[in-house]
Design a protein around this ligand. Structure first.
Ligand code: NAG
Length: 440
């Protein structure tokens, strides 16, 4: 028992004495690992003891900002943070030998870095901000991180614009190193969650998901790690600026069938709607890139609605023409003056009578009172008779005019048939658009 106690005391003393000897600064550790600017081998050569051992580089990509999506240039600009970690077999130490130092920060240029690029990267120079230091753990794992303003090419499918989601690939690949194997550090759902929690800006777009697929190209021994970033467009602005106004115009156009045809007001109204359409189509030209081969649904929507309104304007013209034809026919057949002429004539006659009637009382007032009243009454009676006759004749004419002619009948039939067809076609088209656009 006593021997055991002395042994323990002895070991404690030895421990204390070695602790006193220990160098607790980073310099000692750097010295031990032989990390310095003069040690070029450490920076130049892949750090494995047996050259056949591959270096497994674990990469992570976190996207925390969607800065710009350029449909015309087909690029996606994101703010992202990528980390890489690999094992350097020469940089291991026992932390208890160095006062518990388990992490070391070393200038990047002193260590070997895997030669990894992003295939789709088209960023300007200066878009990468890397930290100057690499972190080395006591088990030899070196990790580096860098922030990108990353612009990547991305083939965009705009068929469902503005209800579209885009999938862009961000592919890490090792360019020269044969022994470098790329691996993912964490899986896609973790990255998605992490990205969403860090998201600082996304604007028109929201991050859908990040998926990872590992591609191994055996032929030239390069490994690729591909991230599929899915982003969803927020369509509200386009719906408010373009789709809803177009829909409202279409409804107005349908409603304009209830305007009385014979005056040509309907035609004016419809032409106005058509003009408003062209203004909205100008907006579309700004929004939509001309990069797709297939006609996007939004273009189809605009063109079909424009065509529908255009056809309905033509129909209104036809109906108007038929009404005019009828009017012209009646005017030539019956030989009576057109309504416009009678309307002009009637006020002139009555005005003349009225003048006479006003003059006469003025004359008689000076002579006899009673006879003048009698004459006045007679005059009024005559005036009333004339007025009544005129009224009767105008009513008769009006009735004649309201009797629909043959062309007018045809026009009315065309109008109602067209109206029903138009409504059916409109509803059918809108249902089709809804299914093609919004149902996934
Ligand atoms: C190097 O690795 C290869 C393949 O793993 C193995 O056959 C060889 O024995 C290793 N050499 C040494 C010296 O460990």
């Amino acid at each position: 028992m006593a021997a055991l106690r002395t042994l323990a005391l002895l070991s404690l003393m030895v421990g204390v004495s070695t602790a006193l000897d220990m160098d607790c600064s980073y310099f000692g550790l750097l010295d031990h690992l032989n990390v310095s600017r003069d040690n070029h081998a450490l920076a130049d050569v892949r750090p494995v003891k047996n050259w056949t051992t591959p270096t497994r580089v674990q990469a992570d990509l976190v996207i925390f900002g969607i800065l710009n999506v350029d449909e015309k240039a087909q690029t996606l600009t994101t703010q992202s943070w990528s980390t890489m970690a690999w094992k350097n077999e020469f940089l291991t130490w026992n932390p208890s030998d160095f006062c518990g130092i388990d992490k070391l920060f070393v200038q990047r240029e002193m260590l070997w870095m895997p030669d990894i690029i992003i295939v789709e990267d088209v960023s300007d120079t200066g878009s990468v901000r890397r930290s100057l230091h690499a972190t080395v753990s006591s088990d030899g794992v070196v990790s580096v991180g860098q922030a990108h303003r990353l612009t990547t090419t991305c083939q965009m499918e705009l068929y469902r614009f503005p209800f579209d989601t885009q999938t862009c690939n961000i592919t890490f690949t090792s360019v020269t190193e044969i022994g470098t194997v790329l691996e993912m550090a964490s899986n896609g759902s973790v990255l998605t969650k992490y990205s969403e929690s860090l998201m600082i800006t996304q604007g028109e777009w929201s991050l859908g998901s990040i998926k990872i697929s590992k591609v191994n190209v055996k032929a030239n021994y390069t490994h690729q790690l591909s991230y599929q970033v899915t982003i969803e467009r927020r369509p509200l602005l386009y719906v408010m600026n373009l789709l809803l106004p177009l829909l409202y115009f279409l409804v107005l156009d349908v409603a304009s069938f209830f305007i009385f045809e014979a005056r040509g007001e309907k035609l004016n109204f419809k032409v106005t709607i058509l003009l408003s359409f062209s203004v909205l189509l100008l907006i579309l030209q700004d929004i939509l890139p001309s990069t797709t081969d297939t006609l996007p649904l939004i273009a189809l929507y605009c063109i079909v609605i424009f065509t529908l309104v255009w056809i309905s304007v033509l129909e209104a013209m036809l109906v108007n023409f038929l009404f005019d034809l009828d009017k012209a026919k009646r005017a030539t057949c019956s030989g009576v003056h057109t309504p416009a002429e009678t309307r002009i004539l009637v006020p002139e006659e009555s005005a003349g009578e009225a003048e006479k009637a006003e003059e006469k009382p003025g004359k008689y007032q000076l002579s006899l009172r009673w006879p003048s009243d009698v004459v006045l009454l007679k005059l009024i009676l005559e005036e009333v008779k004339v007025a009544r006759q005129e009224y009767d004749s105008t009513v008769r004419e009006e009735q004649e005019r309201n009797q629909p002619g043959s062309y007018e009948k045809v026009a009315r039939i065309i109008d109602s048939v067209f109206f029903v067809t138009y409504v059916v076609v409109n509803v059918g088209f809108l249902v089709y658009m809804h299914n093609a656009w919004l149902v996934k």
